[in-house]
Write a protein that binds this ligand. Structure first.
Ligand code: FHN
Length: 578
């Protein structure tokens, strides 16, 4: 039997070498499609939301070893507690997940609104969580449970209409030849990948990891990519197949973080834990609230990305109740608002003129309102009038102000409805034409329609305490009245402009007076409280002329500061006055 297995592994290695040759000779020629537009990735670009599952022997110790909690992420316990292979391997004899229920796991994912499941086939510890002929160190041969959970999960995903995907670690702490005879280790790895790609039906994604080891490089990654797609041409493969380079695999994989903006020219997927560990740790109770998960999903979708959210099942085979509760709450929001996520593309604006985000689908824009301002304004898009607008949740009723009265008048302000969704209230705005992502003008330059958007992030700051606060995306800590902010403008189209500030001011800190000066003119204003340093609202300051083309400096200075701070200033907008 072993010689048969070895022959299979050798054949796989030969296939990979052949694939490598093809890839080397004509890199890219065999990879015909562009992941950004290929039909192969359509389900991924539409699905937006997936479940990551880290499950393995590490769930048995569950974050503790010899009676002591072990720091770090649960699936690294072998490394972090310096457990020798001889002491770690016997965990297999204790691994008996009798409460495992594939259909129940997949139902948790589906009910949360997730469209795919990525599960660890083998993590760094080298324990194979699937039926393999290439090592007895696997869940079928080495445990009292003697079952292959991957077969059941593949079937459950198929029945539920979710894509079934594998995580696979290139790094393998248990195979010494990884450091002494890498070609031999590669033979083993290729053989197992062949098993994964031929034993479980169509696989959505091969999610590689552990690529940082020395003997692995981008060239081997390209060959591995080619080899896997030769076995399953519709497979999607992440950038960790290589060395996480911009040309490795089909998409980027930011981990435990959300990029500040869209990842230019690449598909991308943020992977994140629900608490602080990927693999189960019984004492990690630092759970993210469901509202935080929803807003992260919305933020990611508004930047054109996917969200792969992790669960770490127990040694008994159950997803922790705390994870299930949160995912059920997320699912309730997705049930009503899922269309504002699925199949959407990124916001037309880097920053929304309200506390929230925007997602787009053709002529439809979804306003995601996290905090309802004193008056919500429908965003106007040049030469693309609003046709209609309404809350996505039919139980939420907008109050129509008497101003104009016509639906969607960009200058109309919608007061806070009696009922909003505390996680995120979605307003559906239909425009006459397709909503395009506006190209970002360089800082201080006019946009195509003659506007200026001066962002806090681009301000020059003068003084002791004033600073840019990244988490609030504003100029803040303005506790010293002598501090001030300035911007350099480059006027291409002179004219008269309506000047609007986006600012926030906490209760009890209002009343500061300030002056905005540019091109020899001044506009004065007084800061009203908005309720919190994070409750941003817009303040129309007045109009002024920029009557000469060229560079001009703009400054904002405090004239008085009765409270703790002058204001939190997020942006200054110049719109050509009608
Ligand atoms: O080391 C792994 C870690 O255990 C976990 O699997 C994460 C999930 O993306 N990946 C690696 C760390 O980047």
């Amino acid at each position: 039997m072993r010689s048969l297995a070895r022959a299979a592994a050798i054949l796989a290695a030969v296939l990979m070498v052949a694939a490598a040759a093809r890839a080397e000779d004509a890199p890219g020629k065999d990879l015909k499609d562009d992941p950004l537009t290929s039909p192969r990735t359509q389900w991924f670009r539409d699905g937006k939301f997936g479940m990551f599952i880290h499950w393995g022997l590490y769930a048995v110790p569950a974050g503790a070893w010899k009676g002591k909690d072990v720091d770090g992420i649960g699936e690294w316990i072998m490394n972090n507690a310096h457990i020798p292979v001889s002491e770690y391997e016997p965990l297999a004899r204790e691994f008996n997940p009798v409460r495992f229920d594939a259909a129940a796991w997949v139902r948790v994912a589906k009910d949360a609104g997730m469209k795919y499941v990525v599960i660890t086939s083998k993590h760094h510890d080298g324990f194979s969580m699937f039926r393999t002929k290439l090592t007895p160190y696997n869940i079928v041969d080495a445990t009292p449970w003697k079952k292959d959970p991957m077969a059941d999960l593949a079937e459950a995903c198929k029945v539920a209409g979710l894509k079934f995907c594998f995580y696979h670690s290139i790094m393998d702490w248990r195979r010494p030849e990884q450091n002494t005879d890498f070609p031999k280790y590669k033979e083993f790895m290729m053989g197992q990948l062949k098993e994964l790609l031929t034993q479980y039906g169509p696989i959505g994604i091969l999610w590689f990891d552990g690529e940082w080891i020395g003997p692995w490089d981008a060239a081997q990654g390209r060959a591995l990519y080619e080899y896997c797609r030769t076995l399953q041409p519709d497979l999607i493969i992440n950038n960790r197949v290589g060395k996480r380079g911009r040309t490795d695999g089909d998409y980027e994989t930011p981990e435990q973080e959300i990029p500040a903006g869209a990842v230019k020219g690449r598909l991308w997927e943020t992977c994140m834990t629900l608490n602080d560990t990927w693999g189960y740790k019984k004492n990690d109770q630092h759970w993210k609230p469901a509202a935080d998960v929803v807003r992260k999903l919305v933020d990611i979708a508004s930047k054109g990305g996917n969200f792969l959210l992790n669960v770490g099942p127990t040694g008994e085979g159950e997803i922790p109740a705390e994870s299930v509760e949160r995912l059920q709450e997320v699912g309730r929001w997705m049930k009503v608002n899922g269309e504002s996520i699925y199949g959407t593309t990124m916001s037309p604006w880097k920053r929304c003129p309200w506390e929230g985000r925007a997602t787009v689908k053709g002529k439809t824009l979804y306003m995601h309102v996290f905090t309802w301002p004193s008056g919500l304004r429908v965003p106007s898009i040049k030469d693309n009038p609003v046709v209609s607008m309404k809350p996505l949740d039919p139980s939420i009723k907008l109050g129509f102000p008497d101003v104009g009265g016509s639906v969607g008048n960009p200058d109309e302000w919608y007061t806070k409805p009696p009922k909003v969704d505390p996680m995120d209230t979605v307003i559906v705005v239909e425009y006459r034409d397709k909503v395009e992502a506006a190209p970002e003008p360089a800082p201080g330059k006019q946009s195509a329609d003659g506007e200026f958007l001066l962002k806090g992030a681009d301000a020059e700051l003068h003084g002791e305490t004033i600073k840019y606060e990244d988490d609030k995306d504003c100029v803040g800590f303005w506790t010293n009245a002598g501090d001030w902010a300035s911007w350099n403008l480059e006027v291409a189209k002179p004219g008269t402009f309506q000047v609007t500030l986006t600012l926030a001011c906490d209760k009890g800190a209002g009343g500061s007076e300030f002056v905005l000066a540019v091109g020899g003119q001044e506009l004065k204003g007084k800061v009203a409280e908005t309720g919190a340093w994070t409750a941003f609202e817009t303040l129309k300051l007045g109009t002024l002329k920029l009557d000469k083309a060229g560079k001009v400096a703009l400054s904002v200075k405090a004239l008085s500061k009765p409270g703790l701070g002058v204001m939190n200033l997020r942006a200054i907008e110049f719109k050509p006055a009608q």
